[in-house]
Design a protein around this ligand. Structure first.
Ligand SMILES: *[C@@H]1O[C@H](CO)[C@@H](O)[C@H](O)[C@H]1NC(C)=O
Ligand SMILES: *[C@@H]1O[C@H](CO)[C@@H](O)[C@H](O)[C@H]1NC(C)=O
Ligand SMILES: *[C@@H]1O[C@H](CO)[C@@H](O)[C@H](O)[C@H]1NC(C)=O
Ligand SMILES: *[C@@H]1O[C@H](CO)[C@@H](O)[C@H](O)[C@H]1NC(C)=O
Ligand SMILES: *[C@@H]1O[C@H](CO)[C@@H](O)[C@H](O)[C@H]1NC(C)=O
Length: 453
């Protein structure tokens, strides 16, 4: 029986993976970390990993090249390497989401559902002579969870959730982010939280700072922080998350991961934050069964949506005084692993330890978060202070590539600074679709094996 299983699973995999994944050389677009403004940021072409038959040439287009014979806006010839990345002169331009997915679009009409994502007007195609080999585009994925059959039955700990680190640390969101220090070193996302969610990010990480602003509204005192600086007010971001889940029906994990400013030895500030979360997210926050004492990672999306709620909040409940510490709307934190203080080779070793799920792995059978970042101090140690973008430009593509192998199947939450120079959302969707398929067909594989073969 076991032997049969080994034979059949790859067979099913290959059925599932027909399409662009099976292309000799996958070619895709990402957003580089080059621009002073988002609009001026240049697109980059990526190919691989494992290009066995590289295309003769690759073109970038502003329209779908399969619908007519357009000339490319930019063309590259002679890709030789099996994997690579190249910054193009094509700018991202002003972001406009189709189908009612801009934040300011009216909510009275339902937004368009996009089962396979929806292309923004940036396409990439690869060719052998005039023969079209692959087409892909820069795309939004506002409802990917709902579109993958059976993924809603997988426990959250078994789903690959693409995430961002310091999710609210975005440039230009307040006048606090005007200084060069903040802009170059503390801002770590180029897309705001709304856009991150539209692109398909489903885990958000928040560091919270408290500063008394002497206004009438206690909510004004809570800020998104990063590396011990206040960056932007919290409450607007929470409202964006609520608006997004209402419009999309998707499920989001919100992780209140650290409290670097103003909380130390102040339980009443934690309580005040709890009241703010109850006020802003109360209707949307999943209610856990406190007597079960689980971390909510064994729950699945279906159970959460059955409550007609869409947000799962992770919060260090032990910091709260009773009874808030027993609140049903807070799930205790998941295990966290970070590469903050590692160089690239240490990061690779660490990922091997975590993602290969060997017996000596510190990853338990629970929810866990892999944060792929390098801290500012880590680069200080190497004598040169690198900007947050420079750090992410080196680290992210490597982590992205390493997750494309078998390790991706063992991922739970993966959170990055500046996620846009990777295709982590597409990768997570592929992995989840595969896992959901295998789970749903497990009985079939076990019992009806002989009919299949
Ligand atoms: C491209 O065409 C050449 C010549 O026809 C062929 O040898 C090669 O295998 C083709 N490459 C791909 C990736 O299809
Ligand atoms: C291909 O790889 C070689 C050796 O690793 C490197 O020197 C070269 O720059 C790469 N070329 C491209 C286009 O990435
Ligand atoms: C932002 O600017 C306004 C007016 O210029 C000022 O009142 C406010 O205190 C500033 N906020 C922060 C957080 O610096
Ligand atoms: C909570 O979990 C306990 C223990 O498993 C169970 O007995 C109880 O019925 C559950 N309560 C609800 C509301 O599901
Ligand atoms: C990474 O750090 C380790 C430990 O400090 C060191 O031995 C190694 O040489 C470093 N590797 C690189 C590529 O800098």
């Amino acid at each position: 029986m076991n032997k049969m299983k080994i034979l059949v699973v790859p067979f099913l995999q290959s059925i599932l993976l027909i399409g662009s994944l099976e292309a000799h050389c996958p070619v895709y677009l990402t957003v580089s970390l080059t621009g002073k403004t988002l609009q001026d940021t240049l697109l980059e072409i990526n190919w691989g990993p494992y290009c066995y038959g590289p295309p003769q040439w690759v073109g970038i287009y502003a329209k779908d090249p399969t619908t007519s014979n357009f000339q490319p806006d930019f063309r590259i010839d002679g890709i030789a390497n099996r994997t690579g990345k190249l910054i193009t002169p094509i700018k991202l331009g002003k972001l406009h989401f189709p189908g009612g997915w801009n934040r300011q679009d009216a909510s009275d009409q339902p937004a368009t559902q996009y089962p396979a994502g929806k292309c923004l007007p940036h396409f990439v195609a690869s060719y052998n002579g005039t023969e079209l080999l692959t087409v892909d585009c820069l795309k939004i994925q506002p409802n990917w969870m709902a579109q993958i059959k059976d993924v809603n039955r997988l426990p959250l700990k078994d789903i690959f959730l693409p995430g961002t680190h310091a999710s609210g640390a975005v440039f230009g969101s307040s006048n606090k982010s005007n200084s060069i220090l903040v802009r170059d070193y503390l801002v770590v996302q180029q897309f705001d939280v709304w856009s991150q969610l539209v692109f398909g990010i489903r885990y958000l990480d928040f560091s919270i700072g408290y500063k008394n602003m002497n206004t009438e509204n206690e909510a004004d005192n809570f800020w998104i922080a990063n590396e011990n600086m206040l960056i932007t007010p919290l409450v607007g971001i929470l409202r964006d998350v609520c608006l997004f889940v209402k419009r999309s029906g998707e499920m989001i994990v919100l992780d209140f991961s650290s409290f670097p400013i103003g909380f130390y030895k102040h339980p009443e500030i934690y309580s005040s934050l709890y009241r703010l979360l109850r006020q802003e997210l109360g209707y949307e926050a999943y209610r856990r069964n406190v007597t079960k004492d689980d971390h909510c990672a064994n729950r699945n999306i279906r159970e959460i949506l059955q409550q007609d709620r869409h947000i799962l909040i992770l919060f260090p409940t032990q910091e709260l005084p009773y009874p808030a510490s027993e609140s049903t709307m807070l799930c205790p934190p998941w295990q966290r692993f970070s590469t903050s203080f590692m160089n690239i080779s240490q990061t690779l070793d660490y990922m091997q330890l975590l993602f290969s799920k060997k017996p000596d792995s510190p990853v338990r059978d629970d929810g866990w978060i892999f944060t792929a970042v390098r801290s500012m101090e880590q680069t200080l140690n190497t004598q040169k202070l690198e900007t947050a973008k420079k750090r992410a430009a080196v680290l992210n593509p490597k982590v992205n590539q390493w997750l494309k192998g078998p390790w991706g199947n063992n991922a739970n939450v993966v959170a990055m600074d500046y996620f846009s120079n990777t295709n982590i959302v597409d990768l997570a969707i592929q992995v989840n679709a595969h896992k959901a398929f295998v789970m749903a067909n497990k009985d079939y594989i076990n019992l009806d094996i002989f009919n299949l073969c």
